[in-house]
Design a protein around this ligand. Structure first.
Ligand SMILES: C[S@@+](CC[C@H](N)C(=O)[O-])C[C@H]1O[C@@H](n2cnc3c(N)ncnc32)[C@H](O)[C@@H]1O
Length: 196
């Protein structure tokens, strides 16, 4: 899976990595920034998704589609789609461009809108990557966990660099008897939960 990334996908990944690095240096306003995961987190979520049980793959927070490209590798390997949610029109436009240039339009379903409007109806979730605004993490967690298949995996980004903001959700997951959970020190810190 990681050895067979197409040249167009590699080129789009490199381009988005350059934009993201530039955003972090030049003070680009928060809402305009890509705010992407680093490549090692991309590999981590792709490997986890590839080993998830049968069911839907979803992502909450697409931005320009960088993390979605990593998840599309796992979706392609598994013969399913990755459904990704993005609320901002400008980011939707960038993500559409990403998926077209990387040649993954048949593997990715991009839903433009507020993920919270859709999650209650999203059944049989086998893998979820949560990477949106910190104030909706807890609501997303509560909506996703009941809809996960047994053995399903939820990964939430920023569990270390935004630990204070995410503490209510992290504490909830560590005490939640519906899941086994821990914080993995990779990238910005990934909360990993497995549905029991
Ligand atoms: C940290 S960025 C995602 C970065 C992306 N996962 C990556 O690594 O390439 C968070 C994104 O979530 C989007 N977002 C925030 N709240 C949302 C919501 N309620 N529904 C869907 N998208 C949302 C933001 O507009 C932003 O583009």
């Amino acid at each position: 899976m990681l050895h067979n990334i197409s040249d167009p996908m590699k080129q789009r990944m490199r381009a988005l990595e350059a934009v993201d690095a530039h955003d972090r240096r030049d003070g680009t306003p928060h809402l305009q920034r890509m705010r992407q995961i680093p490549p090692e987190t991309g590999k981590f979520i792709a490997l986890l998704a590839a080993t998830a049980p049968k069911g839907r793959f979803i992502e909450i927070g697409t931005s320009a589609g960088y993390s979605t490209l990593w998840l599309s590798l796992a979706a392609k390997e598994r013969g399913c789609k990755i459904i990704t949610f993005e609320i901002l029109d400008e980011k939707v436009r960038l993500a559409e461009e990403t998926f077209r240039l990387a040649g993954v339009e048949d593997t990715v379903e991009l839903i433009a809108g507020d993920a919270l409007d859709y999650l209650a109806d999203m059944r049989n979730i086998a893998f979820c990557f949560l990477d949106a605004e910190k104030d909706i993490y807890r609501a997303c967690y509560e909506a996703v966990i009941p809809n996960m298949v047994q053995g399903g995996l939820l990964v939430a980004d920023n569990a270390i660099n935004h630990r204070t903001a995410l503490q209510p959700m992290i504490e909830r997951s560590l005490a939640d008897e519906r899941v086994d959970a821990l914080v993995v020190p990779i990238g910005k810190g990934e909360l990993l939960c497995r549905k029991i």
